[in-house]
Design a binder for this molecule. Sequence first.
Ligand code: DON
Length: 307
Amino acid sequence: MRSPIPEYLDEVLRNCADDRAGAVADYVPELAAADPEQLAVAVSAVDGTVYEAGDSRSAFTIQSISKPFVYALALADRGCEAVLARIGVEPSGEAFNELSLEEGSARPRNPMINVGALTAHTLAGPPGAPREERFERIVAGISAFAGRRLEVDEAVCRSEWGTAHRNLAIAHMLRGYEVIEEDAPRVVADYIRQCSLLVTTRDLALMAATLANGGVQPVTGEQVVSREVVRQVLSVMTTCGMYDAAGDWVTTVGIPAKSGVSGGILGALPGQVGIGVLSPRLDRHGNSVRGVRVCERLSADMGLHLM
Ligand code: DON
């Protein structure tokens, strides 16, 4: 018998297709060129069976959704204690690009905001590795979650470099407080490259399913990171993954998640499913408007809420 899930997913998308609230991110010129009508959902079971609807094979830049994965690589490569000494795990209650550090310790508050994500970027790979090697570790690592080799969108990368003043300010602040020890503009350049990796909504579902599956990519069978690393990452996603809307998200959808300015959202329910959604128009928090709606609907219909 054919699964009724594809028709169900089509219906979920149709149901929110007319919602034109929000706006496409425009602080990076190339992102402003995204088709605002794109709408996609993909759901992967922990056995790697993927159900998808809409523009689920269209590529877009991963942006902030790279953050939990690079944090995972940093934890895997340096150990939890060393990473915790550099990056906290508390929600910041501030914008994703705020220039702020914990008072006293000068640690970034968490790895999901830029100040923490730039720091996590420097902690991937072995200590002292050349930046090319570290970047390859990051591309190969994120690709392992997706189960296929991901490529950089050079146009988006160049475009973001032209408007990266805020990230440059953050990186110089990190260098000034000796949280990072490297040349600040180079770290920003590589972080922007990390954010410019191209993924599809289907990729997001499989990356999420890898987290939901205790770190084992369900299709390739590779143990990408350990179960302990996954637990740390999903915990931080739960409290910090949806920025200032974390409270709304946890009460309505109730699963660990991460959003990005391209309009993607990735959600992972341990032991059950990985979810990817895409719709470029964002709300005032920077989360995809229709993406949140799709996830609310899936959570309610499929009983995904953790609580
Ligand atoms: O750091 C930046 O500005 C972007 N490249 C990534 C930001 C992002 O996706 C924030 N998410 N909502």
